[in-house]
Design a protein around this ligand. Structure first.
Ligand SMILES: [Zn+2]
Length: 210
């Protein structure tokens, strides 16, 4: 049986593995745990963004799909609200990274508070890219703390300059650009990249004189 996998807290991105981009209905395209979490609120540019974390059960499902080992996963309504509050703070901080702006004090305080939560130490697994989770896993608070820590690592290093917004109109997914050139444009080549290419092809054909 393959070892259970914990998402790494620091770069390199998880794209090094071949996990599917969609797991249990959630999108994991960004290459970073914390940015994937932001995608649970989709279509952010629309008046009615789409919430994927509707009930506490959804939070349990997302954490499992993300590979965060949560002990006796049963999120409460308070956990759900805290998770959404943390998510939106992380989103604003990521936007500040994109715009090279100062972080808002309230968001910084909230995320730093989460990141200060004590977590079980990480242990090496059998091979590169794998860690052994604590036998009992982490509790819900620690799971959210993992997200905050990943974001702190991402936003405080040179990696902050590699955060991108997908260029497809209407896609609000942020991702970590780990490409050598630093010119990745889409959250997913298979999804958004392909759709843009098809659209561009149609446009060229329509413009061609008959
Ligand atoms: Zn996209």
């Amino acid at each position: 049986m393959p070892e259970p996998r914990l998402a790494p807290l620091t770069a390199p991105p998880r794209s090094a593995t071949s996990l599917p981009e969609t797991r249990d209905g959630f999108k994991f395209r960004s290459g970073r745990l914390s940015l994937d979490f932001l995608a649970t609120l989709a279509e952010r540019s629309k008046p009615q963004p789409r919430e994927a974390l509707v009930s506490p059960l959804d939070l349990d499902r997302w954490l499992r799909a993300a590979g965060v080992q949560v002990r006796a996963a049963k999120a409460s309504l308070a956990d759900l609200l805290a998770a959404r509050e943390l998510r939106e703070a992380l989103y604003r901080l990521a936007q500040a990274c994109l715009r090279q702006q100062l972080f808002a004090l309230e968001d910084r305080k909230l995320v730093n508070r989460w990141a200060a939560t004590r977590l079980p130490p990480r242990q090496l697994g059998l091979r590169p890219g794998f860690s052994v989770p604590e036998p009992e896993g982490v509790d819900l608070t620690q799971a959210l703390a993992e997200l905050a820590r990943d974001a702190v690592a991402l936003f405080s290093g040179a990696t902050a300059r590699r955060i991108r917004n997908c260029e497809r109109a209407g896609c609000s997914i942020l991702f970590f650009d780990s490409s050598r050139s630093g010119r990745r444009r889409w959250c997913s080549m298979a999804a958004c990249g392909n759709r843009e290419k098809v659209a561009a092809h149609r446009e060229r054909r329509a413009a061609r004189p008959r």
